[in-house]
Design a protein around this ligand. Structure first.
Ligand SMILES: Cc1cc2nc3c(=O)[nH]c(=O)nc-3n(C[C@H](O)[C@H](O)[C@H](O)COP(=O)(O)OP(=O)(O)OC[C@H]3O[C@@H](n4cnc5c(N)ncnc54)[C@H](O)[C@@H]3O)c2cc1C
Length: 510
């Protein structure tokens, strides 16, 4: 099994395979330019090829040297540290500033071909009916996702089926869970493959690419150019006509295109959109609102061996309770064996931050591209209510759990929402190992650090339901950035489904 295969797609000479680059020279024109080779862009390019498109150019600002998921290339503790201590990750990059503690710390891009598809945990949940209901999501998109797409199964059904076929069950993974702490838990669906040495990887669209010497190569019809940053969208005569790029040596070039798709992660795609729309006179100010992430809080508790021995705790694995329209938060339970006979419970609630105009990506116009980008994070009163309700949910769960397991009850304390000293790095193995047994340690994620950020180029508002900019024909977007509202579910099942839908649209298949 190859680890860290060298991929000759990269122009960057550091770890490039000998021989010519598979990408060749930068073409002057492509039918479709895909900006960003992460989860959304790779799924789009791959599905475009599967739909018969033959002139797709994918531009990725990072290298293409290492195409392996971090939980496959690194042992568990080191992979977790790479995520939570990003100074250990050579690919971490945050091209924005923030006006608060939100969207700082571990919030950022993982700048390499594969993007965050080589980091994610593979949790695949459909968006809840209450989140997809009118007036937020366009009804034709909802029908394609949930009812039927192109006369066949819905996108959620077909993408979910493909991911299930690709995945393998975790060793000893639960078929079902059952009641615990007053809740009826289900096994958490994950698109992951587990290896015999205990490591695992989550789905990446690179898994669908043909392999040569065990290295994924672009499918026929797709050219990939790594180490190539898109600085701006080229607009002429009221339409997007291409992109301006800069290579790692600083050389700039124009690539013309019939269609350009922004899939550079939510903030970068929004920065590119703000520049293009401002230059085109379609934005009163150089900013776009609606930026949202999930509101996530939780606690970790080490169980004493006697509680574990009583057999009332579900076996190691991941479980969840779906979000209802009132709580707009789902409850997740991860049970991990830390020492033989000793269990750690990692309990979290993931809830929806509602979109609002004050939560925004703002740019500073300049003659040079790229424009400086700043995140302004703002919560609505309903979001603060959700924070308080989540804390009650967690307290109630801990109370029930302590009763069931006959543990002494320790009250659960939280600090102010947005406190960087109690963020999700509390769940790092190095911290939980030294935690007192039976005492819950609470934490609250900063916005942006869940990596579920989206919503600033919403379908049905900034974009048509065919994912094209209303004010800029020829320009499209993909990824969680297009979600009109997030719901509570993790975004990637919907991201993959919408990338496949957009590929069919661009390939003229629908
Ligand atoms: C540790 C972790 C765990 C996660 N777990 C889950 C989970 O279990 N379930 C779930 O649903 N989601 C999960 N996510 C979130 C999920 O990974 C993201 O929502 C998803 O990757 C976003 O896809 P994207 O294509 O929009 O962005 P990315 O995957 O970040 O891809 C963007 C790509 O664009 C490139 N790029 C950026 N700017 C430019 C530019 N100017 N020019 C050219 N290229 C550019 C970047 O280098 C990157 O490769 C997790 C994320 C992390 C980090």
């Amino acid at each position: 099994m190859p680890v860290n295969p060298v991929n000759p797609l990269s122009k960057n000479g550091r770890r490039r395979a000998s021989g010519a680059s598979a990408a060749g020279e930068l073409p002057a024109h492509a039918a479709t330019v895909v900006v960003g080779g992460g989860l959304a862009g790779l799924e789009l390019a791959t599905a475009l090829a599967e739909n018969g498109a033959r002139d797709v150019l994918l531009l990725e600002s990072g290298p293409g040297d290492d195409l392996v998921h971090i939980h496959r290339s690194l042992p568990q503790d080191r992979a977790t540290e790479a995520v939570f201590a990003p100074e250990n990750d050579p690919w971490f990059h945050r091209p924005w500033e923030s006006d608060s503690a939100h969207y700082t710390g571990i919030s950022g891009l993982r700048r390499r071909l594969g993007g965050r598809s080589l980091y994610w945990h593979g949790v695949v949940l459909p968006l809840e009916d209450w989140a997809l209901s009118a007036p937020w999501w366009p009804s034709d998109v909802v029908a394609d996702l949930t009812k039927s797409w192109r006369g066949g199964p819905s996108l959620y059904e077909s993408v979910g089926d493909d991911l299930r076929k690709w995945s393998s069950p975790a060793p000893g993974s639960p078929e079902r869970a059952g009641a615990f702490g007053g809740h009826d838990f289900r096994p958490l669906p994950r698109a992951c493959r587990y290896l015999s040495d205990g490591r695992w990887e989550a789905y990446t669209p690179l898994a669908r690419w043909p392999r040569a010497d065990e290295v994924p190569r672009p499918p026929v019809g797709v050219r990939v150019r790594c180490d190539t940053e898109v600085l701006g969208v080229h607009v002429r005569d009221g339409a997007a006509r291409g992109v301006l790029v800069r290579d790692s040596g600083g050389a700039r070039a124009l690539v013309t295109a019939d269609a350009v798709v922004l899939s550079a992660g939510t903030v970068e795609s929004t920065r590119l959109a703000v520049q293009a729309l401002s230059g085109h006179g379609a934005l009163p100010e150089p900013r776009l609102g609606g930026l949202a992430d999930h509101i996530v809080q939780g606690f970790v508790v080490r169980l004493p061996a006697r509680a574990t021995a009583a057999g009332r705790v579900p076996g190691p694995g991941s479980y969840y309770v779906p979000a209802d329209p009132v709580s707009r938060s789902y409850l997740r339970l991860d049970v991990r064996e830390t020492e033989p006979g000793e269990l750690l419970l990692d309990v979290r609630v993931t809830g929806e931050q509602l979109p609002n105009v004050d939560s925004a990506v703002e740019c500073v116009p300049a003659t040079e591209l790229p424009w400086r980008t700043r995140i302004r994070a703002a919560l609505l009163p309903q979001d603060h209510e959700l924070v308080a309700a989540q804390r009650e949910m967690l307290r109630g769960f801990w109370r029930r759990l302590a009763e069931e397991l006959e543990l002494p009850f320790t009250p659960m304390e939280f600090t102010a929402y947005g406190d960087p000293s109690r963020d999700n790095t509390q769940v790092l193995p190095s911290r939980t190992r030294s935690q007192a047994v039976g005492v819950p340690e609470t934490w609250t994620s900063l916005l942006g650090t869940e990596d579920h950020e989206g919503g600033s180029l919403p379908l049905g508002q900034v974009l048509t339901s065919r994912q094209e900019f209303t004010d800029l024909p020829g320009l499209y977007a993909a990824g969680p950035v297009v979600f009109p509202r997030l719901g509570a579910a993790n975004p990637s099942l919907t991201t993959l489904a919408l990338s496949r839908r957009l590929a069919a649209i661009l390939a003229g298949a629908e």
